[in-house]
Design a protein around this ligand. Structure first.
Ligand code: EAX
Length: 387
């Protein structure tokens, strides 16, 4: 694959290097790590490549449905239609069960929004893949079929390519590091790019550090992953990382995962503890190894057509509600992280807490450039040292 020109050269806080600006306008002054013109050309090619990868590695033809963009519409149905009380209904879709960190985030969003707008808005949960997998949700929010999404960044890079940065393995040292980076200028500069791709990103929320579950063996060393057929999200960075470790990454939309595991079509999968808990993966998976190889951010998205119809005051209320959602979702991640191991062990999982993390890190970090061609090492350094 040809090297992409994004994330190349100037660092995110570094002053905008004049030479880098040639051939395309920098998206945001002072955050010159991507080149807009170049990206516009690359986007279609990238979509195509991911599509091919998904079809080529697919475990069933049905999964490809989730990777298609929503059909173009001339006039999308009205968003935020009023309910019987006259309150405008904001449907928020997510892939995981309602009793989860996602549900907790959406609850908090709804409470805060209702309070700040004097009940002029009302939130409705669309949990558990009711509105499809996460790529489908994002495409529906983009096309104006749905008001909002609360999704991981798994498939986000197919729409906002710059967001792939956060999907690199072993990028963040712990939860505090990830949260402050996303809430700080690095995270915010990427949120500001969303409108250019037809989405509104309200805030980064959280899914959690991902761990591997499977039915073959405990994963202690990178070699333990050899030839394991692991479900991944529809994410080219994750797939390349797992290929580097000689696993067989198999992309699949989340709502199809439980049944695929049950049918034995896969050896395993990887997800944060809150998802493993909420989705009862202990019923289909024997080994859980605490690999924490990727951090999985989550993002609250709003449909641009809804956003365009909101007053400044209501937009402010949505932003404040998003803050409340992020706090509640992260609090639930903390609580689940605390409770998960006992609960999963009690439901029969064999938990392997010793993982040679240094060996995984050493195998994966030098391969960043292959996962994200054209990546500027300066941005990695910037994230690593971000306070
Ligand atoms: O967002 O697809 C995934 O594995 C995600 O981690 C899950 O849907 C939660």
């Amino acid at each position: 694959m040809r090297a992409a020109a994004w994330l190349v050269t100037a660092s995110i806080t570094g002053s905008r290097a004049a030479s880098c600006a040639k051939g395309g306008a920098w998206v945001k002054k002072g955050s010159g790590f991507l080149n807009e013109k170049f990206f516009a050309r690359r986007r279609i090619a990238r979509f195509g490549l991911l599509g091919l990868a998904v079809v080529g590695l697919g475990i069933s033809s049905a999964q490809t449905n989730d990777t298609r963009a929503a059909p173009a519409r001339n006039s999308p149905p009205a968003l935020a239609a009023p309910d019987a009380t006259g309150a405008k209904v904001i449907r928020i879709a997510y892939a995981v069960a309602q009793n989860s960190h996602y549900g907790a985030g959406v609850d908090a969003f709804g409470r805060e929004l209702a309070e700040l707008t004097n009940n002029r808005f009302k939130v409705e949960h669309l949990p558990a893949g009711k509105a499809g997998g996460e790529l489908e949700i994002l495409n529906k929010v983009k096309s104006g079929e749905l008001e909002m999404g609360n999704t991981s960044t798994g498939p986000l890079g197919n729409i906002v390519p710059e967001a792939k940065l956060f999907d690199l393995p072993f990028l963040f040292s712990d939860y505090a590091h990830a949260r402050r980076t996303l809430d700080g200028k690095i995270g915010q500069s990427i949120l500001e790019l969303f409108p250019k791709y037809g989405l509104i990103g309200l805030a980064w929320s959280e899914n959690g550090f991902r761990h591997i579950t499977n039915n073959r063996r405990a994963i202690i060393y990178p070699a333990d992953l050899a030839s394991l057929k692991l479900r991944t999200m529809e994410n080219s960075v994750h797939m390349q990382a797992l290929r580097t470790l000689k696993a067989q990454p198999t992309p699949l939309a989340f709502p199809k995962l439980f049944d695929a595991l049950k049918r034995g079509e896969l050896d395993g999968q990887e997800n944060p503890l809150p998802v493993i808990l909420a989705s009862k993966f202990s019923e289909t998976q024997r080994f859980l190894s605490l690999t924490q190889h990727f951090y999985s951010p989550c993002v609250l998205t709003v449909s641009p057509s809804l956003w365009a119809s909101l007053s400044e005051q209501d937009r402010y209320a949505f932003k404040m509600a998003a803050r409340a959602a992020v706090r509640a979702q992260r609090d639930r991640v903390n609580a689940d992280e605390f409770a998960a191991l006992t609960a999963l062990r009690a439901s029969g999982m064999q938990i392997n807490t010793f993982v040679d993390t240094n060996a995984f890190r050493s195998a994966l970090r030098p391969a960043y450039e292959r996962m994200l061609p054209g990546l500027n090492p300066k941005i990695i350094e910037e994230i690593r040292t971000f306070r």
